[in-house]
Each structure stands twice: as structure tokens, then as C-alpha cells.
Design a protein around this ligand. Structure first.
Ligand code: ATP
Ligand code: MG
Length: 490
């Protein structure tokens, strides 16, 4: 066989098998060993096979897995062996996108001459080859992107303005193109999380690829132990365990969020075109709190309320709608409040709250609206009161004093964050279910302290929510509760 034949045969092998091409011809810079051949780890081979066989891929990765390097090598394979491909690479910022391109360029430079198509354009943000294929780096927020046939997004969960970019560019690859999204996790308030969730549930065309640090040959249990002890738990969970929940800056910590998400219940009935979910109907002797955060019903914020069983702390019903008027809401609360043994209705005391209060109290004559110690209805909405209410909610959730059934609520808690001293929903996400729960937790504590809860005989033998709160926080009042219990049982 002539050397020309050999080259042709080798080119064919490389074209057909990107793993062969990479391990045989691509070189990388190792932080300790310097420039070395890119011998792919087993999990890295899996990634290459998956991205080669699927058009749309979304990778959830741990830190320093070598995924950026793999995508650089795979991109190089595409511009060498495919014709007229236009790869757009995007990363956290312009600098990172250019660094990605730079890796591709370095890999290209190290290839043997016979494997290198000629360069037709080369600058800081472009590498174009004589195959007519090129790779271009671009910051995500840089106005409208040019169309691409392949998109590579590195650290997608951290890219600013990723949603705008995605909306503009994804349509250009959706017919015939390819997309590769790679990221370390960053909480749940981003498009990367949504695309990943939809991918694993089969709701979009993406192939989800998950890798674990245990698959990396250099990462041992010993290594994990020493890493864990030298970084905050939240960072470990985010960067190496790839946990979505409670990473980022969530107000409620990751452990609590995970516990909540394990305990949600899909067994509910629905009313009012799915806005209202009921997990448990009223029990004859129980008392309930209904805490509400009203909105204008014009499609922006949601009106939300929860009904909580004061005996068990369980969320038994939940309402969430962005189209209901205040008048109609008052009717729903009137009916459901009455159905739940004349539940305490807890309203936020703001402009809309006043309208709701007037409807409920004056028009419908609802009789059990929560009043504060000054005899005013509801909860005042100053920043301090709100933060107090949120602190109560966090405490109640962490200590499992409140049992949450709703996935809608857990989702909201996952995007409810502390940033620059503000506690609020991430941009583009709602906090109405969270805020109405916080109001409820705040008032419930007050209700339980000041008015003993009606208990039914059987359940009174177990410890009630009221007692749990009293026991841990108000030891002196436990005796009062016991007295009361005697009275109930007698
Ligand atoms: N198979 C391999 N053998 C040796 N070194 C490797 C291998 N794969 C990657 N590396 C090296 O590991 C380091 C991390 O690689 P890379 O930056 O691609 O990882 P990453 O997953 O993108 O990391 P980050 O989380 O920082 O974005 C680099 O120095 C790279 O050269
Ligand atoms: Mg990387």
C-alpha cells in the first residue's frame, strides 16, 4: 500500500470515528503533564459517542471533567470532516467563548499536515477551513446572532441572557442542525435546568447526558473527602454532586428543598380550570388556615392561597391563578373557607388586600378573618414583617412543621433566592405561592399561641403541630397546651 493509500485509509477512519481521531491525533495541555495526547477516559468516550449519535445533547457535568476539551476536539472533528458547517460557540462571556475557540485552534495546529484542511480565515473569533466549515465564538448577549448549523454552549446555566440568545438561534438549527449544551448546575432558575428536566422527561428532543465524579479516574473517595472538608457543602453539591436543588442562592437550603421535593404528592383533585388543587378534604374537627396573596388578575402575578391543617401542619389545598378577579377570588375563599370548618383567612394588608377584605367581610360577611394584636386584619406588608414571615416559613419547612404537598410550591422555592440582600424570585419567576405560604406560617404561629386548636379525640393522643411548636420554642406554654388537651379529652 502506498503512503497515499495509507493516508486515505487513515482519513476515512478518522472521519467515521471521532474517538479514533481524538485519541490518535488530538493533543491537549495538561496542568501538570504539559502537552499530551488526548487519551479519552471511559466516560469521555461515552460523551463523544452520545454527541455523535444525537443531534441535540444536554450535558450535566461536574467541575474539571474535561468536557470543554471534549467539545473543542469534537468541534474540530466537525469542521474538518463535515462541509459547510457553521458552528457557533457561546460561553459565560466573550472571553470564555474565545478561549474555547482558542483550544480548537491549538488542537488544529498540532495535527499532522495531511489531516489539516487549509485555513481560509483565522482571527480571534473565527477559524474557517477549506471544507467551507467554520467555528465562530460569540458572547450570548451580543444582539441578534447570525444563523448557525451547530450551536455549542459551554456553562449554559451561567450564560447571561441565554434565553434571548436561545430564542433567536435555536430556530436556525432546529431543522437539520445540531445543538450541544454543557453545564455545571446552577440552581433551577434558568433555561438550562428547564431544558434538562424536559429532556429527562422526554418532553423535548434533547438527549440528556449525565456524568458523575466517581467515573473520573483521578477522583477517588479520598479525594472527595478532602474536597468536601475544604469547601462549603453547597459548593460541593453544586460543583461535584450536580445537585440542582438548593444550589445557586436559594433562600431555603438544599437539604430542605430535597426533602420537600421527595415528599410532594401528585394525588390531588382539581377545580376551577386546574387553578385549585385539593389533597385532603376537611376533617370534621380540624381547624384550618387559609393564607392568601391576591394579585390583579391581569396575567402577570399570580393570585395564590394555601389551606393548611392547623392540627397536622399539612398543606391540604392550594390555589394559583393569574386571571381571577378579586371579586371572584373572594367568592372562592368564602366557599372554601366555609367548607374547611370556617378556616382562618389570612390576608396581606396592602391595597389589594383591603379590597379583598372588604369583599369578604362586608359583602359576604365571612366571619373568621385573622386580625393582629392591634385588631387590624391580616399581616402588614412592611419589608421587616415580610422578612419575619419568610424566616418563619424557612424555619417551619426546615423543621418539617409544615408538610408541603405541591410541586408548584417546591418549584417556586427552588427559584426563590437571596441576592444582594434582597429575598425574591429570580427574574422571570413567580413568588406568589411562597409569599402566601410565608404569611400563613407567620399567622399560624400566632394563632396556635393564642387560641388552642380544636383536636379530635383520636389524634389528640399524638403530638400536634401546635405542641411541637410550643415544645421547642415556648416551653412555658406547653403546660397550658396540656391543660387544654385534658379539657378536650374529658
Ligand atoms: N482524558 C484526559 N486526560 C488528561 N487530562 C485531561 C483529560 N481530559 C481533560 N483533561 C484536562 O483536564 C483539565 C480540565 O478540562 P476541561 O477544562 O475541559 O474541563 P471542564 O469539565 O470543562 O472543566 P470546568 O469545570 O473548569 O469547565 C484540562 O487541563 C484538560 O486538559
Ligand atoms: Mg469547562
Amino acid at each position: 500500500m502506498t503512503s497515499k493509500d495509507k493516508i486515505l485509509e487513515e482519513l476515512k477512519k478518522c472521519r467515521e470515528d471521532p474517538i479514533y481521531f481524538i485519541t490518535r491525533y488530538v493533543k491537549i495541555d495538561h496542568p501538570v503533564k504539559g502537552r499530551i495526547p488526548f487519551k479519552l477516559f471511559r466516560f469521555q468516550q461515552r460523551i463523544v459517542n452520545e454527541v455523535h449519535n444525537h443531534r441535540f445533547n444536554i450535558v450535566r457535568k461536574f467541575r474539571q471533567a474535561g468536557v470543554t476539551t471534549i467539545m473543542a476536539a469534537y468541534s474540530l472533528h466537525m469542521i474538518i470532516f463535515e462541509r459547510h458547517r457553521n458552528i457557533l460557540c457561546v460561553s459565560i462571556g466573550d472571553r470564555e467563548a474565545k478561549a474555547f475557540l482558542n483550544r480548537v485552534v491549538k488542537m488544529y495546529d498540532e495535527l499532522p499536515v495531511w489531516l489539516k484542511p487549509k485555513v481560509t480565515e483565522r482571527n480571534k473569533s473565527t477559524l474557517e477551513l477549506s471544507t467551507g466549515s467554520k467555528i465562530k465564538s460569540q458572547p450570548a448577549g451580543a444582539g441578534r446572532s447570525e444563523s448557525a448549523s451547530i450551536i455549542v454552549v459551554d456553562e449554559a446555566a451561567f450564560v447571561k441572557d441565554f434565553e434571548e440568545f436561545w430564542q433567536a438561534v435555536f430556530p436556525t438549527v432546529s431543522t437539520g442542525g445540531k445543538a450541544f449544551l454543557i453545564s455545571t448546575v446552577n440552581g433551577t432558575a434558568n433555561l438550562y435546568y428547564q431544558l434538562y428536566q424536559n429532556a429527562i422527561q422526554g418532553k423535548n428532543e434533547f438527549n440528556a447526558i449525565d456524568i458523575r465524579w466517581q467515573e473520573h479516574p483521578d477522583y477517588t473517595e479520598e479525594w472527595a473527602k478532602s474536597m468536601k472538608s475544604s469547601m462549603p457543602e453547597r459548593s460541593w453539591l453544586q460543583e461535584y454532586e450536580c445537585e440542582f436543588l438548593g444550589t445557586g442562592d436559594t433562600f431555603v437550603d438544599g437539604n430542605t428543598l430535597r426533602k420537600l421535593s421527595h415528599n410532594i404528592s401528585e394525588e390531588f383533585s382539581e377545580k376551577f380550570t386546574r387553578a385549585y388543587r385539593v389533597w385532603k378534604d376537611p376533617e370534621p374537627y380540624h381547624q384550618y388556615a387559609l393564607s392568601v396573596d391576591p394579585a390583579y388578575g391581569r396575567g402577570r402575578d399570580n393570585t395564590a392561597f394555601h389551606i393548611i391543617d392547623l392540627y397536622s401542619g399539612e398543606q391540604v389545598a392550594e390555589f394559583c391563578s393569574n386571571t381571577i378577579s378579586v371579586k371572584k377570588l373572594a367568592k372562592v375563599i368564602y366557599e372554601e373557607g366555609n367548607r374547611y370548618n370556617l378556616a382562618y383567612v389570612i390576608i396581606e394588608r396592602n391595597a389589594l388586600g383591603i379590597v379583598l377584605f372588604e369583599e369578604l367581610f362586608h359583602e359576604l360577611a365571612y366571619e373568621n378573618i385573622y386580625m393582629d394584636d392591634k385588631g387590624q386584619f391580616g399581616i402588614q406588608t412592611t419589608k421587616i414583617e415580610k422578612e419575619k414571615a419568610l424566616a418563619h416559613m424557612e424555619d417551619s419547612l426546615r423543621r418539617s412543621l409544615i408538610k408541603v404537598n405541591s410541586n408548584r410550591l417546591v418549584d417556586e422555592l427552588g427559584t426563590f433566592v437571596v441576592k444582594e440582600n434582597k429575598i425574591e424570585a429570580e427574574k422571570g419567576y413567580n413568588d406568589d405561592l411562597v409569599m402566601s405560604l410565608a404569611l400563613g406560617c407567620y399567622a399560624i404561629k400566632d394563632i396556635l399561641e393564642n387560641s388552642p386548636v380544636t383536636l379530635d379525640k383520636k389524634e389528640a393522643e399524638q403530638e400536634s403541630l401546635a405542641e411541637k411548636i410550643f415544645r421547642s420554642e415556648y416551653q412555658d406554654k406547653t403546660d397550658r397546651m396540656k391543660e387544654y388537651r385534658k379539657w378536650v379529652l374529658s
